[in-house]
Design a binder for this molecule. Structure first.
Ligand SMILES: Cc1ncc(COP(=O)(O)O)c(C=O)c1O
Length: 388
C-alpha cells in the first residue's frame, strides 16, 4: 500500500508542541507561519500503530502494564534484522523516553560534580539534562572535514581534567545527521577505555538513514565495548511516536545493568502502556511504512538542499540521516540576531536556533523538513524571498 505523505493534516490546537508552542517560543504564528523546529514529523503514524491504539480504546481499560514479552521479542528481531545485532531480552530496560534514560544513566554512572563529555554542537537537551543532574558538561567541539562532522580525540585527550566519568555520544549525530564509521567507533571506544569512561550511545535517529548509508550500531560494530557501553534506541523518532515517550536502554554488561536498574528503580519504572504497545506495533509492522517514509524524506532533502544552494551565503551540511537540515549562514554576513529576526519575522519560519546546540552551533540554524513537500517548497520560497 502506498502511504500518502502528502495528505494535509492540521496540527494546530492538537496539543502539538511544534505547532501550538511556536508563537510563544519564536513569535511565529501558526496561522501564517511554518513549524520547522522540534524533531517530530507532520505525518500520521503507521496504520498498525493507530489500529493498536484504537483496539486499546475499544477495550477501554488502561491499567498498569504487564508482560513485556511481545515488545522485547519485537525489539530483538528488529535489532537483529535491521542492525545485525543479536541482543537478549534480559539486556534491555524500557524507560519513559530517551531523555529520561539519559538522566537515569547519569545518576547510575556518575556523581554530582562529575564531568560528562559531549561532542558539540549536539542535541540541546543533553546539556540541559546533565546540568539538571548537577553534573558538568564538557564540550568537545566537532571539526568539519569535507563538509561533514568528525571528532578530534587527540585534542579532547589533551583537555581532560580527570573528572570525566561519562561520554554521551549521539549516533547518528544530531544535528548534521552524520553516521559514524566503524573505525571511528573503534577509536572512540579506545578513547573511553584509556580514560575509563562509560559510553552512553544515543541511537534514536538510527532508523532514519538515507539509502547508500548504513548506521553502525555501536555494540555490533565494536563488541569489545560491551563492558562499558549503554545503547539507547527508540521507535519514537523513526515512526513519529514521540508523544508516546518510550525507549529502550540496552546494556549487555550485568554490572552496568544492575547500576542502571537501581537508578531506574529510584525514579519509578513502571512502563507506559500506550508507548509500549505503540512501539511493539511499529517494530512488528512498520517496516514498509518506514521504507516509504525514508524515500519521501529523501526527496524533501533533495528539494531542500537544492533550494538552500540557490541562496547566497547559505550552506547545508549534507545529511546522511534524519530530517533535520543543518544550515550555516555565516557567509550571509548577518549576525545571529539579525538572521533570526528575519527568519522569524519576515520568513515566518520557526526553526531551532543553532547556538542552543552548544559550541560550534552559533552560525547555524536547524530546519525540520519532515513535512509535506508542498511545505518544503513554501519554506524555500520564503527563505529565498527573505535572504536572497
Ligand atoms: C539525539 C536525541 N536523543 C533523545 C531525544 C529525545 O528522546 P525522547 O523523546 O525519547 O526523550 C531526541 C529528540 O529529538 C534526540 O534528537
Amino acid at each position: 500500500m502506498l502511504i500518502d505523505f502528502d495528505e494535509p493534516i492540521n496540527r494546530i490546537n492538537s496539543n502539538s508542541i511544534k505547532w501550538d508552542a511556536m508563537e510563544k517560543l519564536y513569535g511565529v504564528s501558526p496561522k501564517d507561519g511554518l513549524a520547522m523546529w522540534v524533531a517530530d514529523m507532520d505525518f500520521k503514524a503507521p496504520e498498525a500503530v493507530n489500529l493498536c491504539i484504537k483496539n486499546m480504546s475499544e477495550h477501554g481499560i488502561h491499567g498498569y502494564f504487564g508482560d513485556d514479552t511481545g515488545y522485547k521479542t519485537a525489539l530483538r528481531s528488529w535489532m537483529s534484522k535491521k542492525h545485525n545485532w543479536e541482543i537478549k531480552d534480559s539486556w534491555s530496560a524500557e524507560t519513559h523516553g530517551l531523555g529520561a534514560a539519559i538522566g537515569i544513566s547519569l545518576r547510575a554512572y556518575s556523581k554530582p560534580g562529575d564531568e560528562v563529555i559531549v561532542f558539540s554542537p549536539v542535541y540541546h537537551s543533553f546539556a540541559r539534562i546533565i546540568k539538571a543532574n548537577n553534573r558538568k558538561v564538557k564540550e568537545a567541539k566537532l571539526q568539519i572535514e569535507n563538509g561533514i562532522y568528525k571528532f578530534d580525540l587527540d585534542n579532547l585527550g589533551k583537555s581532560l581534567s580527570g573528572n570525566e566519568k561519562i561520554m554521551l555520544f549521539c549516533s547518528p549525530h544530531n544535528p548534521g545527521g552524520r553516521i559514524w564509521k566503524k573505525n571511528e567507533l573503534e577509536d572512540l571506544v579506545k578513547f573511553c577505555e584509556a580514560h575509563n569512561l562509560v559510553l552512553l550511545c544515543d541511537e534514536i535517529h538510527a532508523d532514519l538513514t538515507y539509502p547508500n548509508f548504513k548506521h553502525n550500531t555501536l555494540l555490533a560494530a565494536v563488541p569489545s565495548a560491551k563492558n562499558r557501553t549503554v545503547v539507547m534506541v527508540s521507535t519514537t523518532k523513526p515512526f513519529n511516536l514521540s508523544g508516546g515517550e518510550m525507549g529502550s536502554v540496552i546494556i549487555p554488561d550485568p554490572d552496568l545493568r544492575n547500576k542502571f536498574d537501581l537508578a531506574h528503580e529510584a525514579t519509578g519504572k513502571m512502563p507506559n502502556r500506550i508507548g509500549m504497545k505503540m512501539a511493539e506495533a511499529a517494530y512488528l509492522y512498520g517496516e514498509e511504512w518506514l521504507f516509504q517514509l525514508v524515500n519521501y524524506l529523501e526527496k524533501n532533502k533533495f528539494c531542500f538542499e537544492q533550494g538552500i544552494k540557490s541562496i547566497k551565503g547559505f550552506e547545508s551540511m549534507p545529511l546522511q540521516s534524519t530530517y533535520l537540515a543543518w544550515i550555516n549562514f555565516e557567509k550571509t554576513g548577518l549576525s545571529p540576531t539579525e538572521f533570526y529576526r528575519l527568519l522569524f519575522k519576515e520568513a515566518k519560519i520557526a526553526a531551532n536556533i543553532g547556538s542552543s546546540f552548544g559550541s560550534g552551533g552559533e552560525m547555524y540554524v536547524r530546519i525540520n523538513f519532515a513535512c509535506r513537500k508542498a511545505i518544503v517548497e513554501d519554506a524555500i520560497e520564503r527563505l529565498q524571498n527573505t535572504f536572497s
